[in-house]
Write a protein that binds this ligand. Structure first.
Ligand SMILES: [Zn+2]
Length: 136
């Protein structure tokens, strides 16, 4: 995480919502989360670039439908993993402002989760390219 998030007072805790109001509030929280990640996380901005390139190539190249679907799905898993990793980093920074071995491990594990999906995408692209070039 690049900077500490603002801490709101306990009185700012929102109430519970139901039905359509809940849907509207959930949408607001979703966009707030995306905005915070775009603003505060360089890694998320880089992943957005990867997601965009992946999406365009998956739609434009003459790939099997299943391969296209897998690549698009993996792109969404990449963004999901980065969002969860960033959320974890924020919580760790909140509860453990100083250096701590467990905090370091938690952050390293979040980073490793992003690495795993990137390896999956890389492997899928390698196989897709081998198939496109009729090598495999
Ligand atoms: Zn980060």
């Amino acid at each position: 995480m690049e900077k500490q998030a603002e801490q709101k007072s306990a009185s700012a805790v929102p109430g519970k919502f139901h039905g359509f109001e809940h849907f509207c509030k959930a949408s607001q929280y979703t966009f707030a989360g995306l905005k915070a990640c775009v603003k505060g996380e360089a890694a998320f901005r880089q992943d957005l670039v990867v997601w965009t390139i992946n999406l365009i190539l998956a739609l434009v190249l003459p790939l099997d439908l299943a391969v296209r679907a897998l690549l698009i799905f993996e792109g969404c898993v990449l963004l999901t993993t980065e969002l969860l990793n960033s959320a974890l980093e924020n919580i760790v920074d909140l509860v453990s402002p100083g250096w701590n071995e467990f905090a370091k491990r938690a952050k390293d594990m979040g980073s490793a989760a992003v690495f795993c999906i990137l390896m999956g995408m890389g492997a899928t692209w390698l196989l897709a390219i081998l198939r496109l070039c009729k090598i495999w």
